[in-house]
Design a protein around this ligand. Structure first.
Ligand SMILES: [Cu+2]
Length: 591
């Protein structure tokens, strides 16, 4: 039976803050953003927290750009220590009462990690979803220290979409983003304006959803100091308090009108399954999804019947109809996704009972809407949104280069696990060593591992303009949101698989596994592609027991980029690899 813990903070008392707007055209496309330490109040009843933020705020300013009008940002690193977050590994996964420590504030007996405490403000900024030249993409090792200049040019030659910018430093992205280094970036274009969608306040509302935890003083009172806590069994931080635009469980006053919500899950690790409840009953039919990671879908779609799933870095563009509601009506957004997330469903009808300590979900609350005013503004929803993309033709896919990547957890004695990506190449009979066999009906393909760690040699050299098919093979028990930098991609398939890994089959570099296409009888996931995943994506959920196939095509910029799991604790612990995009004319000169 589930146990509950009483929230130490009152929900729905703070107003939803809106980030300050920084409109590029009002500055001739020349922006300066200072990256600074600051103070931020996450809740009315919390003392101010020390943070690191863009312009010293949580979240950073909302940058708004126009398609085709380049933006130059001078990212001015003015950070100074000490690092504002206490990082700790609690000695036990549960407290004396059996409550998982990640559901509780404070350090839970852990020591503050001294290397994290010693961070002094190295950063590099990545514009997630940006079609950006490699030099300005925020390569995780091209770091700038406080005082060192970084002027990045963003061509903005890309579709209107909600992007976001955040720190991307090798090994410490999880700390820097958690400290506050994230902000939203919207690309706009006239094609979208022609559809009459809301733009700007009050009817377009950006929502950056994150989870955060705080320290306790000796009397057990919340101090406001940010805490990044893991435990011996869970290497990701799943913080108990959901924060939207920097406030714990805020409330937004809405008119009886159609609102456009631009939603981003900017959490380190937590996946949200968002549901909308009025008087305890689901009201998901009020929501129409019109866009995903890289902008508008071809046609509007309902959100999935169980709720809107967003893993770390996924975005949704939503129209929500409040127009029939009387003043004083309230609608509440709850999260029903267990952590760590493994793709399991949760019935929307039970959403009010989603709180579950074992699932590291002590407080499902996210956000409340409160209807005020009388004037009704209901907008018709266009039936067709865009026509500028479609699935690649079968013949293009048939001759496409295929790449395979296995996602594996490498467990190590007396050390935390490493989550790694194993790039696979088809093995010849002459190749020795362990094999990954993929059995598809009567056909078996055998692979060997050609790269296992970030610093291993680059093996992916996609040619500009050419379609490729990448297979992401999940051999772990959790869902991984895999993100490719640069161009968006499209999902082609989710294939259920069953697999066997022999004892010691996962080594530091080696991998032995037998993978069979087809469903495991014990597998309860449906491995379906949701309607809202059929747009242009840059982050895709790869569930346990499945291979996700994506059609990838890089179009514009040659250079060195990264792809990785967007669970920040995973990307920082080696679930990241480089790829180099190449102009076709240069390929003959590649050794
Ligand atoms: Cu991952």
């Amino acid at each position: 039976m589930m146990r509950m813990v009483t929230p130490p903070l009152a929900p729905f008392v703070d107003r939803l803050p809106l980030p300050s707007r920084l409109i590029a055209t009002e500055h001739d496309g020349q922006l300066t953003v200072r990256i600074r330490a600051g103070e931020h109040r996450f809740h009315r009843d919390l003392p101010a927290s020390s943070i690191w933020g863009f312009e010293g705020t949580v979240p950073g300013p909302l940058i708004e750009a126009e398609r085709g009008q380049p933006v130059t940002v001078e990212w001015r690193n003015e950070l100074e220590g000490p690092f504002p977050v206490s990082d700790t590994v609690a000695p036990q996964p549960t407290d004396a009462d059996g409550v998982p420590v990640q559901c509780l504030p404070g350090l839970s007996g852990g020591e503050p990690e001294r290397h994290t405490a010693g961070l002094t403000g190295h950063t590099v900024v990545h514009l997630h979803g940006g079609l950006t030249p490699a030099s300005y993409d925020g390569w995780a090792e091209n770091i700038f220290a406080p005082g060192q200049p970084a002027v990045f040019h963003y061509p903005m030659d890309q579709r209107a979409a909600l992007l976001w910018y955040h720190d991307h430093v090798m090994g410490i992205t999880k700390f820097d983003v958690y400290a506050g280094l994230a902000g939203l970036w919207i690309v706009r274009e006239d094609r979208e304006r022609d559809l009459g969608l809301p733009e700007g306040p009050p009817f377009e509302v950006p929502l950056l959803i994150q989870d955060r935890n705080f320290d306790l003083d000796e009397q057990g009172r919340l101090t406001g100091r940010l805490v990044h806590k893991t435990d011996p069994e869970v290497m990701e931080a799943f913080a108990p308090f959901t924060v939207v635009n920097g406030k714990v469980w805020p409330v937004l006053d809405v008119q009886p009108a159609t609102y456009r919500l631009r939603v981003l899950n900017g959490s380190n690790a937590r996946t949200y399954r968002l549901v909308l409840l009025g008087d305890g009953a689901p009201e998901l039919e009020r929501i129409t999804q019109i866009g995903t990671d890289h902008g508008l879908l071809r046609t509007p779609v309902p959100v999935p019947a169980d709720g809107l799933l967003l893993a770390s870095a996924e975005r949704a563009d939503l129209l929500v109809d409040f127009s029939d509601l009387a003043p004083g009506s309230e609608l509440t957004v709850l999260n029903t996704a267990a952590a760590p997330f493994d793709g399991s469903s949760f019935p929307v009808a039970d959403a009010e009972n989603a709180a579950d300590l074992e699932s590291l979900l002590p407080y499902p609350q996210v956000l409340r809407f409160r209807v005020v005013g009388e004037a009704k503004v209901r907008r018709p929803i266009p039936r067709e949104l865009v026509t500028d993309y479609e699935l690649p033709a079968a013949e293009a896919l048939a001759r496409a280069r295929r790449r395979a990547i296995a996602l594996v957890e490498h467990e190590r004695e007396d050390e935390p696990s490493m989550l790694t990506m194993r790039e696979l190449a088809v093995a010849t009979d002459a190749d020795g060593g362990p094999r990954v066999s993929v059995i598809d009906g009567g056909e078996t393909t055998r692979y060997r591992v050609v790269a296992a760690h970030f610093e291993d040699m680059t093996t992916f050299f996609p040619m500009l303009g050419e379609y490729e098919v990448w297979q992401l093979i999940n051999l772990t028990g959790d869902t991984h949101p895999i993100h490719l930098h640069l161009d968006p991609f499209q999902i082609l398939a989710r294939h259920p698989i069953r697999y066997e890994i022999p004892e010691d089959g996962i080594g530091d570099r080696d991998l032995a596994a037998t993978i069979t296409l087809g469903r495991d009888p014990d597998d309860e996931l449906d491995h379906a592609i949701d309607e809202n995943e059929r747009g242009l994506k840059d982050t895709i959920r790869v569930n346990p027991n499945e291979i996700v196939e994506i059609a990838v095509r890089f179009t514009t910029f040659s250079g060195r980029y990264m792809y990785h799991c967007h669970i920040l604790e995973h990307e920082d612990r080696d679930m990241m690899r480089p790829f180099v995009t190449m102009a076709p004319e240069l390929m003959p000169f590649m050794a």
